[in-house]
Ligand binder design. Structure first.
Ligand code: PSU
Ligand code: MN
Length: 302
């Protein structure tokens, strides 16, 4: 039945059949998160980094309605270049699949497809969360609900402060999603190592991390785990500068009446405009860093 929808790339299928480590990767970051051609370069380099650490990368997207687990270089190039790729979260999957369209998957949609394929570890840049002013707009990313119910561990550099970081952490706690700081006592804020918010638990090695995740699932506790892996110091951005850019982006979104699934891409692109190439450089490096930790975690999770 699932075969009708899922298309698993050969190397990924081999790894699944032989219990080898696999790391899932999202495609919204490629199609809507970074400019071309850096998006494609980053996606390809990220796959190399994961391979170098002994895991198989599986970039996930929807191509002509197929749930693709593992993309070829040409397909990655297509998702990076085309301007017609839809942003697909949980609610968009049925339409995009039935109509045989092309979609880049968010954290939520990538978790769903990883889980269908049997992949347990996923690396990304930042997850979605509770938006500032959510009390008024109700804008809460579907990523958080997905983390509450789908058994995939997500390695990220925390959340950008375009979001309300405190409310995002409260939401995760309410829904029983463990938030673990990898070698940090503070939940990272994507471009910066510090956010002003602590994590409940700090873990310093991948084996220990794997044991916690295994324990959660062995006990039948449904849902994901958030691993907050801070950006390497060397690539960290200035806290004041990045937050000034974010404040400005938030104001512009308000003025322009941006709503629904457009909010996050709008804010991301405005922040990028404001900070020029610097934020992109940091973004790329934190993604690589997450790829490394996710690969080591996948190896330990077997
Ligand atoms: N945050 C980032 N970069 C991103 C995203 C979030 O710093 O590229 C993307 C991810 O794919 C995430 C999605 O799953 O945005 C969340 O969108 P929304 O807030 O509409 O749920
Ligand atoms: Mn939203």
């Amino acid at each position: 039945m699932l075969n009708k929808y899922l298309e698993i790339e050969e190397e990924v299928q081999y790894a699944l059949d032989n219990n080898k480590p696999i790391v899932a990767l999202e495609s919204t970051i490629i199609s809507h998160g970074m400019p071309y051609p850096q998006n494609v370069e980053t996606a390809l380099e990220l796959e190399r980094i994961i391979k170098d650490r002994g895991a198989v990368p599986a970039t996930i997207a929807i191509l002509e309605g197929k749930l693709k687990v593992g993309l070829t270089e040409d397909e990655i190039e297509y998702f990076g270049k085309s301007r017609k790729i839809l942003k697909v979260s949980r609610s968009d999957i049925p339409y995009v699949v039935s109509e045989k369209l092309d979609g880049a998957t968010t954290v939520a949609a990538t978790m769903i497809i990883s889980n269908l394929a049997g992949i347990k570890v996923f690396a990304t840049g930042g997850i979605g969360g509770v938006h500032r002013g959510a009390g008024r707009t109700f804008d809460i990313s579907a990523d958080l609900q997905e983390l509450a119910k789908t058994n995939v561990a997500v390695v990220c550099a925390g959340v950008k402060s375009i979001l309300d970081i405190g409310l995002t952490l409260e939401y995760l706690e309410t829904y029983g999603v463990p938030v673990i700081g990898f070698k940090t006592e503070e939940f990272p804020a994507f471009f910066t190592r510090k956010s002003g918010f602590g994590v409940d638990y700090t873990v310093d090695d991948e084996k220990e991390l794997a044991n916690i995740i295994k324990t959660k699932w062995n006990l039948g506790l449904q849902g994901g785990v958030v691993i907050g892996n801070p950006i390497p110091e060397k690539y960290e951005m200035n806290y004041i500068r990045i937050n000034r850019a974010i404040e400005k982006a938030l104001k512009e979104a308000e003025i322009n009446g941006i709503k629904g699934k457009e909010v996050t891409p709008f804010l991301l692109s405005k922040v990028k405009e404001e900070t020029g190439g610097d934020s992109l450089k940091s973004n790329i490096q934190l993604v690589y860093n997450n790829g490394r930790v996710a690969a080591d975690l996948a190896v330990n999770l077997l």
